[in-house]
Design a protein around this ligand. Structure first.
Ligand code: NAP
Length: 209
């Protein structure tokens, strides 16, 4: 496909660009200060910032591109009508790591049998917000308002454990993200599934699995 990669110089963009090339896509990188020149392209992949992302997505939808959005902290619901009107897919995953999505799914399943749960999420010290969005999403899937413990230390990337305690036993479901390569398969999956999605906003990789 002919793709725009918005934020191609960013930490995720630098990993995604070569991976999309290697998967046979024709990628136009767009960075800060570049014109969002996307006419004639098929789809956009957006990994920039909460300030830039919404405007970029709007421009891409107005030019007829399906949009796959990784940037967090955007109000994408307000762009859903535009996507629907144009017959375009607007897909957002707060976490493109397939393993993290499976961890949440397995945790939801375990909670039906072992309801006493707590969550430990561990991230690099550069991550300011706590608890993480993934931990909050996991808590709502598990139910029962589980405690969330947030750890911020150098050396960590993104890790989460969901602990289920029962009489005489402990079940731990853990996911570790070691590098940004973890997000590549999720983005490739979203691209592959674009033709199967309804126009408008779809949220979460779970919808593609
Ligand atoms: P980053 O390293 O800060 O990269 C963001 C890039 O966007 C920078 O190169 C920045 O340029 C560029 N940029 C800023 N404004 C732009 C604009 N108007 N048009 C085009 N590019 C622009 O951040 P990151 O770690 O790659 O993460 C990017 C976003 O993805 C964040 O919101 C992060 O939370 C999110 N994220 C999501 C997932 C997921 O699974 N959904 C995973 C990882 C990260 P400058 O360097 O010049 O400012």
């Amino acid at each position: 496909m002919k793709l725009a990669l918005l934020g191609h110089h960013g930490k995720v963009g630098r990993v995604l660009g070569p991976a999309l090339d290697a998967a046979g896509h024709d990628v136009r990188g767009i960075g800060r200060g570049d014109a969002v020149d996307v006419a004639g392209l098929d789809a956009a992949i957006e990994f920039t910032t909460p300030n830039a992302g919404e405007g970029n997505v709007r421009t891409c939808l107005e030019h007829g591109l399906h949009c796959i959005v990784g940037t967090t902290g955007l109000e994408l619901a307000q762009l859903a009508p535009l996507a629907r009107e144009r017959g375009l897919v607007l897909f957002h995953a707060p976490n493109f790591a397939l393993g993290a999505v499976l961890m949440m799914r397995f945790a939801q399943e375990a909670a039906a049998y072992m309801p006493r749960a707590e969550i430990v999420e561990l991230h690099n010290e550069a991550k300011r917000d706590a608890p993480s969005g993934t931990a909050k999403a996991t808590a709502s899937l598990v139910g029962g308002d589980p405690a969330i413990h947030s750890v911020r230390l150098p050396g960590l990337v993104a890790h989460q454990e969901v602990l289920f305690g029962g009489d005489g036993q402990l079940l731990t479901i853990r996911h570790d993200t070691f590098s940004r390569e973890a997000f590549v398969p999720g983005v490739l999956l979203a691209l592959e599934k674009l033709p199967t999605l309804e126009p408008g906003l779809t949220v979460g990789l779970d919808a593609l699995l």
